[in-house]
Design a protein around this ligand. Structure first.
Ligand SMILES: [Zn+2]
Length: 187
């Protein structure tokens, strides 16, 4: 069976077979994740697959960065720092509206900020690169690719309508064990 299907796909297009194999792999890995650090490992693997780039030593902070019905705000990376700060509000909104978006959304946001940490600073450049990496990893139909292609389409699941509030800069929780590559350097 395996040999037969392989022969057919090779005859069709070798690239398709490679992509299919990769898609299955990344989808399965994302589905198996149980935490934000787990999802970050998938992000790093996807970037490595596409760009052959990586870095370690990053931290993840969670904070209330406010609710912005007209302009969704998922996370930010202070340039030159080693921390990605993620907005808790969209995560809560997703859990209340459409739980299956949680992992694809987290993947999307962490990928975007991770590309910034690698030195890509152009917003449009990072968005385009994130879309291509996500498509390569998961395929066109996956929710993560759909979020990358058109985030605004999902605003209803990411922000609370009719309510605007600002960030709560005083409180940020650090997520333990975020960057496994940095574990050796701690303590
Ligand atoms: Zn950005």
């Amino acid at each position: 069976m395996f040999v037969k299907s392989r022969t057919i796909s090779l005859r069709k297009n070798k690239q398709i077979e490679i992509n299919t194999r990769t898609n299955k792999d990344f989808q399965g890995r994302l589905e198996k994740t149980k935490s934000l650090p787990d999802i970050f490992e998938v992000v790093k693997a996807a970037v490595w697959e596409c760009q052959r780039k990586s870095r370690g030593g990053l931290m993840l902070g969670l904070a209330n960065l406010g609710n912005h019905p007209q302009g969704f705000f998922g996370a930010f990376y202070p340039v030159g720092s080693n921390v990605i700060v993620m907005n808790k509000i969209p995560l809560e909104r997703i859990k209340e509206t459409r739980k299956e978006l949680y992992k694809p959304y987290v993947f999307h946001v962490l990928l975007h900020e991770y590309l910034h940490t690698l030195g890509y600073m152009s917003e449009s450049g990072v968005r385009q690169m994130a879309l291509e990496i996500t498509k390569d990893a998961f395929g066109e139909e996956h929710l993560a690719t759909m979020i990358a292609a058109n985030t605004a389409h999902f605003f209803g699941n990411l922000v609370y309508p009719d309510a605007t509030w600002g960030p709560d800069e005083m409180k940020m929780e650090l997520v333990c064990g975020f960057d496994r590559e940095s574990a050796n350097y701690i303590g």
